[in-house]
Design a protein around this ligand. Structure first.
Ligand code: G3P
Length: 257
């Protein structure tokens, strides 16, 4: 079976200015040891305005923390006011870019077609997209979580190659678990994550499905991550609220092994 290094990524959302970002990353780096970084890839996803400061800190202090953006434009350049492109993020040393977070889908009307363009734009810039998907409460109550998330996966991966799919990160984030304190049970998370990996195998190859990482997000904390990461098809976590507290995030990242 393919070796997949776990990914623990902190999505800061709309929190922290660049000075606060520097302080948070410094505290995080101080709390983590080399063995933590050997065991898991530990990433932060700050707002765009903080990326340059994080880059300077990471490069200057040779930190092993990696970083990325919470969104990426579908376009490379041009008249797209307010957007930030993949090449701009790559130039800032970003490793990752989220695509299709449920908050973008809900508040900015992003649909699968746009998310697909963003995934491809990230790959084109040599970034690794973290493709976010997940069902709302109504879908979960109807028991349609697997078909719903598989449809989102297929929509987002149109024209994505097998070589790209093998590098992809898929983040299963059930909307009802985001910021609610209501974490999915390990079995519920595994059900969907296993189905997502299975569909990657059908769409591409066992090899691509074996190297792509599937992570879980939604109220992950240091006291519940062990059960989640213990699942066969879950390779890490996308963490919101708990990633804003450096001690808690470091603790969680250590348990994420
Ligand atoms: O992207 C992470 C996220 O949406 C989960 O947020 O606060 O429930 O960990 P939170």
């Amino acid at each position: 079976m393919a070796e997949r290094k776990p990914l623990i990524a902190g999505n800061w959302k709309l929190n922290n200015n660049h000075l606060e970002a520097i302080a948070l990353v410094q505290k995080l780096a101080f709390s983590l040891k080399d063995t933590d970084f050997d065991a898991a890839e530990i990433a932060v996803l700050p707002p765009f305005t903080n990326l340059r400061s994080v880059q300077t800190l990471v490069d200057g202090d040779k930190l092993r923390i990696v970083y990325g953006a919470q969104d990426v434009s579908a376009h490379e350049k041009g008249a797209y006011t307010g957007e930030v492109s993949g090449p701009m993020l790559a130039k800032l040393g970003c490793t990752y870019a989220l695509a299709g977070h449920s908050e973008r889908r809900e508040y900015h009307r992003e649909d699968d077609a746009l998310v697909n363009q963003k995934v491809k734009a990230a790959f084109a810039a040599d970034l690794t997209p973290i493709l976010c998907l997940g069902e709302g409460l109504d879908v979960r109550k109807a028991g349609d979580q697997v078909s719903h998330t598989l449809a989102q996966l297929e929509g987002a991966l149109k024209d994505v190659t097998a070589e790209q799919a093998a590098r992809l990160v898929v983040a299963y984030e059930p909307v009802w678990a985001i910021g609610t304190g209501e974490v999915a049970t390990p079995d519920d998370a595994q059900e969907v994550c296993g189905a997502l990996r299975g569909r990657l195998g059908e769409l591409y190859s066992d090899e691509a499905a074996g190297t792509a990482r599937v992570i879980y997000g939604g109220s992950v904390k240091s006291d519940n991550i062990a059960g989640i990461i213990g699942q066969e098809d879950i390779d890490g976590a996308l963490v919101g609220g708990a990633s804003l507290k450096p001690d808690e995030f470091a603790k969680l990242a250590r348990l994420g092994r």
